[in-house]
Design a binder for this molecule. Structure first.
Ligand code: AHG
Ligand code: MN
Ligand code: MN
Length: 343
């Protein structure tokens, strides 16, 4: 009887198929899998925090118990920094990048990470996640790393993925040749290939946006949502969890679009380009979908700072095309309202 492939076996096979890919990327992806299992264990115990000791108390290892996003951040950072293949880590939870080893001279890769996405859902037992992005360093090996290593466009990513701590725990990733999803079997502590070659269904019918923002958001999103509400026959459904990873994952499987638009007081919206938008854009494109901002393709955008924000629209091609039509309509409408030049 054949058995499902483990995450470890799958990435080793990938390496065997591309002998020029160094074992270091395999090691790095393995480390991400290990760190995610440790975080998963803690996520599953989150509801017990009040019984076993609030954040700030001391656990049996004599270590301070921390809130989950601090815990996830320190777990990923510790494991990634000690693996030897990472030169630097840019984390949502750290203002400045973490430089590994001797000024980052040795590691080959840069990791950008949102260690715990959807943290507002932690206390209410709703799905949360981790998002990661991997780049090759730009500065030559042996030299200290610098800003240029972190501020690379999404097209330079060599891998990206997410872990969803949901009704089951899943790891979904791409190295640029399709998207594969693995489900954690908690009994044996292994991720098994459960969703090979993931793709958006041909047509999406879900739209995901924080409805309370609609009054303050830019015109294309308002036009788009109006369109969804009024479309007869197509039967759109609105679904919004408030954890980007969970909303993205559902839309990937069932077909849909996620929108976090520019707002009157926050023209760049809320989401972060390097460790939320770009990694999921890579997955979306590899799964036959699209990801855009207010200017164009997210993967092409060149970042200028580590924690830069970006408006974000990601999902099925048919829905992104419909959104692009709304962007165009909004542009034409604002042209109409410009004062006419006198003859
Ligand atoms: P994080 O928990 O990493 O700060 O990210 C939260 C993000 C994202 O996960 C989610 O989709 C979005 O914030 C929700 O924002 P609103 O509450 O404004 O809808
Ligand atoms: Mn997040
Ligand atoms: Mn976060």
């Amino acid at each position: 009887m054949s058995k499902a492939k483990t995450f470890g076996e799958f990435i080793m096979d990938g390496q065997a198929a591309f002998p020029f890919v160094s074992g270091q990327l395999t090691r790095l992806l393995t480390d991400i899998g290990v760190a995610s299992k440790i975080v998963n264990h803690q996520v599953n115990r989150a509801g017990l925090a009040g019984i076993l000791g609030e954040a700030g108390s001391i656990n049996i290892q004599d270590e301070a118990q921390q809130k989950l996003d601090v815990y996830a951040d320190s777990t990923f950072n510790r494991i990634l920094a000690s693996g030897g293949s990472v030169a630097g880590i840019g984390s949502e939870e750290q203002e400045s990048p973490i430089i590994c080893g001797d000024e980052g001279r040795k590691g080959k890769y840069i990791v950008l990470i949102d260690p715990l996405d959807g943290s507002s859902n932690v206390d209410v037992n709703v799905s949360i996640g981790t998002i990661f992005s991997i780049h090759r360093r730009v500065t030559p090996m042996g030299e200290p790393i610098s800003d240029v290593d972190f501020l690379q466009p999404g097209v330079n990513q060599i891998a990206s993925g997410y872990i969803l701590y949901g009704s089951s725990t899943m790891l979904v990733y791409t190295t640029g040749s399709g998207v594969n999803g693995f489900t954690l079997d908690p009994a044996v502590g292994e991720f098994f290939l459960s969703h090979p070659a993931m793709e958006f269904p041909e047509r999406g019918r879900i739209y995901s946006i924080n409805d309370a923002l609609l009054g303050k958001c830019s015109l294309p999103s308002r036009l788009f949502v109006d369109g969804c509400r009024q479309t007869r026959g197509a039967r759109f459904r609105a679904r919004y969890i408030g954890s980007l990873v969970a909303d993205f994952h559902r839309n990937l499987i069932q077909g849909g679009i996620y929108l976090y638009p520019s707002l009157a007081k926050k023209p760049l919206g809320k989401l972060r380009l390097l460790y939320e938008c770009a990694p999921l854009a890579f997955i979306a494109e590899q799964a036959g979908g699209m990801a855009i901002d207010d200017e164009g393709r997210v993967m092409d955008r060149i970042p200028t700072e580590l924690h830069e924000r970006s408006p974000y629209y990601v999902g099925n091609r048919n829905l992104i095309h419909a959104f692009l039509a709304c962007q165009l309509a909004a542009k034409n409408r604002s042209m109409d309202t410009l004062p006419k030049r006198e003859k």
